[in-house]
Design a protein around this ligand. Structure first.
Ligand SMILES: *Cc1c(COP(=O)(O)O)cnc(C)c1O
Length: 391
């Protein structure tokens, strides 16, 4: 391939021979259209009128008083579909259209990316198939129902543990024999090249807007930018606006520590070792024999045993710091944001909030922190209710 898609030693495309040509066609298509005037104009218009960009940068006054420093929330939770995922789904969906594809497929774990893809499939009138582990289908039946309402076919994946890792394998396998008319709309800034580059590109709108909003509103850049990390797309989206600003500290927060549900951790960058999964070299959660294990935390959206290659490099370069938040802290953070601001955060985003709360009274009052509120928590209310019944 022309562009190797390497981030230091990470990334690349470790895929079976049959996928090489398919990924190459995708790479070519991306580089042909991503700066194309017509493509850019159409995407801009969809971001604005369909998804609801730009999203506000909101000063969370009562939450700031609580933690003792200034917190600005980038409100990706206000987007259509309730999270940043629509940015990527719109970008890749439009790319599919420009590349002349008539069908799309996607993998999903918690169902959020599956739903974003199903919405975009309906929007563009494309036949849509969503690969989803059978265990996840059971756990996420509301999202499954919404995908079907959009007209998507949800395909149950039996293999392995019936979760996200297996859904990706099956979607890749299906794609190898249907690439002629089918576009694989991948959900996060991971997987084989060119996906980390493509997904990053369609999420840079978060960081570009946030940087400009800081300069317009505050007259300066923030001291710190914080985001939660699953595969890494929302975090790389907001980090991208500030990576070259060396004085801005970047912090990614993973699902970590002991899960209330299983006692296993999902903190890939904090606890992982270098290995290869889904065609990409990255930090991975694996046992001594190199077996990749399934992650588990209260927020299904962060349960991915690998992470995007650029985050691995940012960690090694010490340009970004990665920490983990435990389920109990995350549940506290979820409740505190609602009580202080009347905003229901996604459990994924609550990991980033939990990190801010861990800094309570430890930073000067003038410190400015921008946090990416990656999604809204309506989908999580009944999960939280299980652990923290409202009296
Ligand atoms: C899917 C999801 C995430 C995790 O995915 P990334 O690719 O790491 O951003 C985070 N927050 C929300 C709300 C999500 O839906």
């Amino acid at each position: 391939m022309k562009y190797k898609g390497r981030y230091g030693q990470f990334g690349g495309f470790y895929v079976p021979e049959v996928l090489n040509g398919v990924l190459e066609e995708l790479e070519e298509g991306f580089y042909r259209y991503y700066k194309d005037e017509g493509f850019v104009a159409e995407l801009e218009s969809l971001y604005k009128d369909y998804a609801g960009r730009e999203t506000p940068l909101y000063f969370a006054k009562r939450f700031s008083e609580y933690v003792g420093f200034k917190v600005y929330l980038k409100r990706e939770d206000l987007l259509h579909g309730g999270a940043h995922k629509v940015n990527n789904a719109l970008g890749q969906g439009l790319l599919a259209k420009y590349m002349g594809k008539t069908k799309i497929i996607a993998e999903t774990g918690a169902g959020q990316h599956g739903l974003a893809t199903a919405m975009i499939g309906a929007l563009f009138g494309m036949e849509t198939k969503i690969f989803m582990g059978v265990i996840d289908i059971e756990r996420q039946n509301v999202n499954v129902h919404k995908m079907r309402l959009c007209g998507a076919q949800v395909i149950g994946v039996q293999g392995g543990t019936g979760t996200l890792k297996d859904a990706i394998n099956d979607a890749m396998r299906y794609w190898t024999s249907h690439a002629e008319d089918t576009f694989y709309l991948f959900g996060t800034a991971a997987g084989p090249h060119p996906y980390p580059t493509i997904v990053r590109h369609f999420q840079t709108c978060i960081g570009t807007e946030a940087r400009k909003q800081c300069l317009d509103k505050l007259g300066k850049l923030p001291d710190m930018v914080v985001a939660c990390v699953g595969g890494g797309s929302n975090a790389i989206g907001i980090f991208s606006g500030f990576i070259d600003d060396k004085d801005v500290k970047l912090v990614g927060v993973e699902a970590g520590g002991k899960s209330v549900a299983s006692g296993k951790h999902a903190a890939t960058l904090v606890a992982g070792k270098v290995g290869i999964l889904h065609g990409s070299k990255a930090y991975l959660l694996q046992d001594e024999d190199g077996q990749v294990y399934d992650t588990e935390s209260i927020s299904a959206g962060l349960d991915y045993p690998s992470v995007g290659p650029e985050h691995c490099l940012l960690k090694d370069l010490k340009r970004a710091e990665y920490v983990a938040a435990e389920d109990e802290e995350v549940l506290d953070a979820f409740e505190i944001l609602i009580q202080k601001e009347g905003i229901i955060p996604a459990l994924e985003s609550s990991h980033a909030l939990a990190y801010l709360i861990s800094l309570k009274d430890k930073l000067t009052p003038e410190t400015i922190v921008v946090m990416n509120l990656s999604g809204r928590g309506d989908k999580d209310v009944s999960i939280v209710e299980k652990y923290r019944p409202v009296k």
